[in-house]
Design a protein around this ligand. Structure first.
Ligand code: HEM
Length: 136
């Protein structure tokens, strides 16, 4: 259980790095692209960060579900999984934006990307509260 949880938390941390950083990086990528008209190092880093974290997200989900089996899927875990599904949808949406950015399409405003970024922070706090407080 200890090592399973350590791997779970490690992969969650890696996935979260991308969830928090990529929408913000898109703002700077957009500015960079407006100046140079090219897919530069910032775009490359953003794309690679997103792609790398997808694997970590899968391991985080597998280890989380495994922990869930050991815990017998209590009620708080159902709520946690529902919020993780929403967070995963947010991540997939981020992937759509990254895919468009790679083609030189930046449709979203800076304000939209900032708000989009903050939503994931609120969701993550709710998930952490559920898993730490286990309120029901
Ligand atoms: C399908 C996805 C997930 C499932 C099924 C899942 C399930 C679980 C389970 C059953 C535990 C063990 C709880 C304990 O031993 O106290 C756990 C621990 C933990 N999970 Fe997840 N989890 C998932 C995704 C996530 C995500 C996305 C985050 C962060 C936003 C996260 C953060 C944590 C943390 C910080 C712990 C350690 C809590 C503690 O030891 O007090 N998990 N998870």
């Amino acid at each position: 259980m200890t090592w399973l949880k350590i791997i779970h938390i490690l992969c969650v941390m890696g996935w979260m790095t991308s969830i928090f950083a990529v929408p913000r990086a898109l703002i700077y990528w957009k500015r960079d692209f407006a100046k140079t008209g090219e897919f530069g190092p910032l775009g490359d880093l953003t794309y690679r960060l997103y792609r790398f974290s997808a694997g970590l997200a899968v391991i985080a989900a597998i280890t989380g579900l495994w922990l869930g089996v050991l815990w017998g899927f209590p009620a708080w875990l159902h709520a946690k999984i529902a919020l993780v599904v929403l967070l995963a949808a947010h991540y997939v949406w981020t992937g759509v934006l990254v895919g468009r950015a790679k083609r030189g399409e930046f449709r979203e405003s800076d304000l939209f990307l900032r708000i989009f970024n903050e939503i994931s922070v609120v969701g993550t706090i709710a998930i952490l509260w559920l898993v730490v407080a286990k309120p029901f």
